[in-house]
Design a protein around this ligand. Sequence first.
Ligand code: SF4
Length: 382
Amino acid sequence: MDTREKIGVLGQEAAFDCEGPPQLTREERKAQFIAHSRVLVTHPQRGKMPVMRIMQTSACERNCFYCPFRAGRNYRRVSLLPEELAGAFDQMQRAKLVDGLFLSSGIINGGVKAMDAMLDTVDIVRRKYQYAGYVHLKVMPGADTAQIERAARLADRLSINLEGANEQRLQLLAPKKDYWQELLPPLYWVRQHRHQFDPWQKIPSLTTQFVVGPAGESDHELLTTTSSLYRQAGLARAYYSSFSPIKDTPFADKSKTDPLREHRLYQADWLLRFYGFELPELPFDSQGNLPLAADPKLTWAASHLRHNPVEVNRASRAQLLRIPGIGPKTADVILAARRQGRFTELHQLRQIGVQTGRAAPFILLNGRQPEYQLQLPGVSLR
Ligand code: SF4
């Protein structure tokens, strides 16, 4: 198989078509998408950009129960040498087909060896091909400290996928991965060593990913871990990937996780990151899960604001952010507009981007409740 074919198998088609390698089934492509990330990534400054998402090798000695690349599965394995992968990336980048590299890998002969190949690839991309753009590196379980440091100096973003909400859940998903020894230390390394970076050096952002569902974890377990990583490790982003079963894996007979659960987790995650919510405020049920019927902000507002509506003309930014239909941008617009006058009618809020159908039951305008209210699906207002 020549390099071009290998690139095709390992990710080129996925990079452009959101499709997986052609020999994968639809379910396998979905799982590969989950386990090995996305084609379009969001750059902090540049927004969505096409990134070459590829694996160094699809061979793996580990046995993660959800993964199509797990050891022992009858599946064609393909590997690229660092020079091959770096050269192919350079060609595609110069042809303006991609601008950015997202590199992951299976593990053969230990995490150190797998990480070495990935680091060598990026090193060639940076030094030989002088590429200064976006590079996202997945840190391999088992990578040593010197490799984590090298990765932090080469990449713009590092991902260390916890997969499970905690040690017990990880054991049910990937018994060969070590939560405390392999996964958590790299997540904390960047914050603990940021003083070692020169002022002009960029410090990479950190992401992690969870496989949602098959380990039986609750939403509370997942969000407990992410909220502490946001606070303590400086995590930039967590990804929640709803599980989809793959044939010939130990989880082949497990049920698919409802994608709506993934959606609710992302909504709750946003409340923690951008809306000033604390974990205990989120509307978990007695099992520790978020309601599926309505988004968590609406559920919170139905029980906290229905009888204590917020006066839009006096509310602080933090209070405005609690109102459904008002986000960080619209809260800022409201604060700026209040310097010019008062809000007295719903249409004034609608004109500046507030979703008034969601906000109306929870606000006062000049001391009065708005004249009409919409019924909110999935939420009891009594
Ligand atoms: S380490 Fe686990 S998740 Fe990663 S490729 Fe190997 S089997 Fe898949």
